[in-house]
Write a protein that binds this ligand. Sequence first.
Ligand code: C2E
Ligand code: MG
Ligand code: MG
Ligand code: MG
Length: 281
Amino acid sequence: QAKEAGPSTILFFEPQMLEEVSSRARLQRDLREALQRQDFALHYQPQLALDGTVVGVEALIRWRLEGHGMVSPMEFIPLAEKTGLILPLGRWILHTACRQLAAWARHGARRHLTMAVNVSAGQFQQEDFVQQVREALVETGAPAHRLKLELTESLMLQQIEAVIARMRELQALGVQFSLDDFGTGFSSLAYLKRLPLAQLKIDQGFVRDILEDHNDAAIAQTVIALGHSLGLEVIAEGVETEQHRALLAQWGCRFYQGYLFSRPLPAEALQDWLDAQPPQE
Ligand code: C2E
Ligand code: MG
Ligand code: MG
Ligand code: MG
């Protein structure tokens, strides 16, 4: 209706709304340019088993914008989804993560590491997504069974049969799946048991408050029990203190990720961090 009202409509906008619109437009332009220049980086955050063994990493995208500093993925991933830029960006993420995974697979001490890659709903639903994953694996030589795609519950609100069929196609390549931010999206338990998942990831929003909040503690315990009874691995994210780790361990959680162990690191820094870890059997 803004169009019909004519040019004077602009008077109805609050100045801060205009600012928001123009800064979004600017961010969109910056994003497009960054994509052309490949101004992004992947950082990698270690994932550990109960005994302290590093079992894998999660790839997290980073974007440093000239004169602005770091832009949070929480800010630009949704924008990239809205504008379709997630398609080329997602392809770059898959290739970069697979290239790193392939390099580790050739490296004796790191050959067992898994690589978790976040895939947004829009990305997963592209017609050629399976083909993209296949290409990334073939072109980089990464071992498919060490690639773990992190999906979110928002994807399960889509045509569930089509989602399951696509997951099965990817699973046939050897790829594994983790359900990220579990517990935040109201996904139906009836669907949960039908999804070919390997892992549930307890959302860090619950993990954060398990020491003080009885409800969050109950939710975390329930997710751990539910995951295990469905035969899934359960990993807690956002583990910041030893108290958190110990409590989660007491509830049976066997995998951990969080600042307690390490922040997400650039590949070289992660390699130094891995070298400094106690040797594994
Ligand atoms: P996520 O996949 O749930 O990732 C976990 C987020 O928690 C990351 O934030 C990570 O840096 C942060 N984190 C890890 N350990 C701790 C901790 O102990 N305490 C706290 N407070 N935070 C911790 P980040 O990197 O800012 O990413 C935010 C979200 O953006 C991700 O949530 C994911 O949804 C999205 N994202 C990041 N990278 C990608 C990507 O490559 N592709 C897509 N599609 N989405 C991505
Ligand atoms: Mg994730
Ligand atoms: Mg998460
Ligand atoms: Mg999250």
